[in-house]
Write a protein that binds this ligand. Structure first.
Ligand SMILES: CC(C)(COP(=O)(O)OP(=O)(O)OC[C@H]1O[C@@H](n2cnc3c(N)ncnc32)[C@H](O)[C@@H]1O)[C@@H](O)C(=O)NCCC(=O)NCCS
Ligand SMILES: Nc1ncnc2c1ncn2[C@@H]1O[C@H](COP(=O)(O)OP(=O)(O)OP(=O)(O)O)[C@@H](O)[C@H]1O
Length: 197
């Protein structure tokens, strides 16, 4: 079974991913692949520099993610351009990694995809699991984790489908408004319900 793990920015997907890994489940992380496919030498890197110019590069000519983020999270059109370059490569990378885990004999694989619903990727998975927090907690955790101003954090949250709309689309929801201990219990309960542990 392929599980699609999703949620909003700073909802707790990586935290849940780590708990899933601790149960022996392999997790394929779309954010990590999205970083790999824009490294120098990859075709997506060239396309991004062509579209966004050399101003988004740092001294070592790597993509400065902070700079690129400040452009695309305040301009939907530019975000779509970036998505159009990066997402096909991410999809391919995820498929390859998932196939390798299945080939290794793992019966279940988790795909951690922040934009699972926005990018209509549910066909890639058998079940969807949403990590939910209310907007106030999401904003606070995002500002605390990344040191963003309120405006920066809000622009990132606004670039995604509201979490309450994702609740309607998910097969199961894990509430992450409580403590990490509670989260751990909820993850375990969900895995048992789906006969995955
Ligand atoms: C804009 C970029 C350079 C900012 O990099 P940065 O290191 O600051 O953030 P990081 O990649 O770790 O993403 C953090 C979170 O932001 C959110 N996010 C990232 N990209 C997007 C996007 N295009 N639309 C909406 N939310 C996004 C996700 O929740 C993600 O988990 C980077 O996010 C990027 O290249 N985005 C485009 C690719 C993408 O969509 N990645 C996310 C899933 S594949
Ligand atoms: N139950 C919790 N209690 C307190 N802090 C938490 C809890 N769950 C997650 N956090 C913290 O909130 C922040 C966001 O969590 P995490 O990084 O797992 O989110 P994410 O959904 O993977 O984010 P992104 O979309 O940016 O990749 C982190 O600093 C994490 O340590």
């Amino acid at each position: 079974m392929i599980i699609g793990l999703t949620g909003g920015i700073a909802s707790g997907k990586s935290t849940v991913s780590n708990l899933l890994r601790s149960h022996g489940l392999p997790v394929v992380d779309a954010d990590i692949i999205a970083r790999q496919v824009v490294e120098q030498g990859h075709p997506a890197y060239e396309k991004i520099v062509e579209q966004f110019g050399e101003d988004i590069l740092d001294e070592a000519r790597n993509i400065d993610r902070k700079k690129l983020g400040s452009i695309v999270f305040t301009n939907e059109e530019k975000r779509m351009v970036l998505n159009g370059i990066v997402h096909p490569a991410v999809r391919m990378g995820m498929k390859n990694e998932a196939a390798a885990h299945l080939k290794d004999g793992h019966p279940h694989v988790v795909l951690d995809i922040p934009l699972l619903f926005e990018s209509e990727l549910t066909h890639m998975v058998d079940r969807t699991l949403l990590v939910f927090v209310d907007e106030e907690i999401q904003l606070r955790r995002l500002m605390d984790r990344d040191g963003f101003t309120e405006a920066e954090a809000k622009s990132r949250i606004a670039a995604q489908m509201p979490l309450k709309d994702k609740v309607q689309l998910a097969d199961a929801v894990i509430m992450n408004t409580g403590s990490l201990e509670e989260l751990k219990d909820k993850v375990e309960t969900q895995l048992r319900e789906w006969n995955m542990i």
